[in-house]
Design a protein. Structure first.
Lengths: 283, 283
């Protein structure tokens, strides 16, 4: 497995594979602290392409002041070992200095899809995401890129950006992986206190309960949201609800009834740890 | 010469040249109505790379409502003939429908460099430019791209964007070409009335006069700007001055004295035709 530091090293590796050997390249951009869900994205990339490259970069541009950039978990050695074991061909470890040189002033923004859900409570977050992903795409020039469905708003925004800016990259979304009690896997889970860890599965349970109601014929947003709210309040009393929203899949705008593919999504804070989860409602 | 309509045709042409033949590609993005200055950019590209592709696209996103999008001169047949004669290998004629599909909502923006000069009088213009150039770059993936120095703010913004977003493309600026009386070549010149055409060379004469003063040791912005203003008022009485500014080359912000490489730039309206020109002041 190649461990690459500079964009130039990545370009040379990619050019060799693309131009000389005619191979396809799959890309899994991550912020590190890899867990089984990241590894499942790597598996998807390996199944779909000849060579897989993973980037590990905790991107400062997508954290607001006061968010958890400094405390975001980092473990480079463990990450590299996991990538090696999982058959990754190259890992790129960009430096903040190379990604954001002095005078950096260019931003990529997807309008409209960022007004609800996490976009409403994390202003500037998705601009930071789309900017860094554009840069990563420009350097890696992959054929396929794989993102997790847990960060569903991010995934939808990146799909839109990739289409609008004509990157010519196929975006694949990998399913959310869960702990045995239903908690969505997240690098942030390790920062939960034992008490909060016990309450955290309530997010998925609440979404599942609403999904069952939907399958039984209830499609009013008000009732489905109420179900989620009540379950979280009851089973996760320490949690501070950031949002519970039901939005359309295409425009990520609130809907009153589920008539087409929709997304029921929550964000809940446990102390300084903010967890998100979502479920797709579709007939 | 290949005439390509869709992005997919361009990708296939480029991939063949890059991957199969290992050739380098030069790119000259234009809005058509080609004149000798465009052709000089094509010459630069042909000298520097193996194959040259020209795009012709009057980009609606860089015109504000009320600007001259509809009346911007277009002559596709003549443009194709000029490209053919000049040895261009491929011309891409993107359609508005393919470039801006329904729901298009992604924009690329360079902050800071767009506050002065044309950016001040054409809000949103440079966002339209950087967005479309990003798209063109993503499809063409050239090794080198050539822009004219007459649109100097555009050129500087594209240089910044290319560096910040790590496109890995070398940006080359071609010198401004001029008519015998000094008027900078522009596709818009054909829309000048005979009277305005006679006055228009005053822009370059005014900038040259200030440049001579600078060479003689005068470096106060106030005096240099005054020289330009007086010359234009005297020799182009029909012209309505949009701006006369002296800015630093790096940040495009106003300077009071020319201590480092600076840019003296003007925009003047003759009827509905807005002309720009500039000169570099450097010791």
């Amino acid at each position: 497995m190649r461990v690459l530091e500079t964009a130039q090293q990545v370009r040379e590796w990619v050019k060799q594979l693309h131009a000389v050997h005619g191979l396809t390249i799959g890309f899994v951009p991550t912020m590190g602290s890899l867990h089984e869900a990241h590894l499942s994205l790597i598996d998807i990339s390996r199944q779909r392409t000849d060579k897989t490259i993973v980037s590990i970069f905790v991107n400062p541009a997508q954290f607001s002041p006061g968010e958890d950039f400094d405390s975001y978990p980092r473990d480079e050695e463990a990450d590299l070992e996991l990538c090696r074991e999982r058959g990754v061909d190259a890992v790129w470890l960009p430096s903040v200095d190379e990604m954001y040189p002095e005078g950096f002033s260019t931003y990529v923004e997807v309008e409209g899809l960022d007004t609800q859900l996490c976009g409403a409570s994390r202003p500037g977050h998705f601009r930071g995401v789309t900017t860094v992903v554009s840069k990563l795409f420009n350097v890696v020039q992959p054929d396929v890129a794989v993102f997790g469905r847990k960060d569903v708003q991010q995934a939808r925004i990146i799909q839109r950006m990739t289409y609008d800016l004509q990157f010519g990259i196929e975006i694949i979304l990998g399913d959310t992986l869960r702990e045995v009690d239903g908690l969505a896997m997240s690098s942030r889970n390790v920062r939960l206190t034992p008490e909060h860890r016990l309450e955290a599965p309530a997010l998925h349970q609440a979404l599942s309960e609403a999904s069952s109601q939907f399958q039984e014929g209830i499609n009013e947003a008000e009732r489905l949201l109420e179900t989620v709210r009540n379950r979280i309040k009851q089973d996760a009393p320490s949690g501070k609800i950031d949002y519970i929203q039901l939005v359309g899949w295409n425009d990520l705008q609130p809907v009153e009834h589920v008539d087409t593919k929709s997304l029921l999504a929550v964000a809940v804070r446990f102390g300084s740890v903010r967890l998100i989860d979502n479920i797709i409602l579709e007939k």
